[in-house]
Ligand binder design. Sequence first.
Ligand code: DGY
Length: 313
Amino acid sequence: MTKQVYLPDDIPAVGKKILTDAGFEVVVGSGRERDKMKKEGAQASAILIGTQPFDGDVMDSMANLQVIARNGVGYDAVDVAAATKRGIYVVNTPKALSGSVAETAVSELLAISKNLYQNAAAIHADNWNYRKSHPGRDIAGKTVGILGFGRIGQQVAKKLSGFDVKIIAYDPFAKSTDSVNIVDRETIFKTADYVMVHLPAIPETIHTIGTAEFKMMKNDAYLINMARGVIIVESELVTALKNGDIGGAALDVFEEEPLPVTNPLVGLDNVLLTPHIASNTIETKARMAIDATHDIVRVLQGEKPESAVNQLD
Ligand code: DGY
């Protein structure tokens, strides 16, 4: 029987072609909700997911499931232990998106420094003079502190190399390079003008940035989070932003997504909020679809995937 690959969200045509060329049936679903996935994916041998939770309960509704492919790098929402127990591979696409996420991180650093969003919105509101009370800040001469010096953190450092900034990073597994000094965690918070979060959401990092860290930061420093919302204690960030403990924040990820419009971050003057767009570019979406579908094909054809996050015996 032809094996089915279920895509709760549609993906670029190049990825679907890889699946159909390999002889699989592609089923494009109607969304990420748990009940929809259970129903639409009931016959699936493979699924390609976004950041939605995927646990043992959903896996059990897909009796043929052999591989869960994450269309991205973070797999914190997938119960990997439950998949391993059921003999299901979990794969991701770490090589496809680092450059794109780093570009977005640097864009947000620039945007928040120059108040780009607020100034642009002010023009539409016929408020040319907004700029008078909201001057921007130069980046040159500042210190950028990167938390997590993996693939994405390293790309951020590379892309910032022409901006005349001093770059420091904290990562227990990384070594200093010619242009980036690895320092301790406290030094990042105490000395950086920009604290950039590029950590995975794992038990060791979840809710580890809160009041204590914001009190260590300079009053005019910015926090930029492109990783996962749960790494930060969001309520404590709101307090820090309101009290002026830090200068501002650029956030692409949140504890709850989609971010409810009632969230107290919405409407603050010193934040830039974007809807988890760091890897959401035409080029990166195509690359992720290619990498993910190649690994799906490998697994469904009985081969080992290239980018498995779990090991099956
Ligand atoms: C990732 O790859 O984990 C990004 O956050 C987009 O999903």
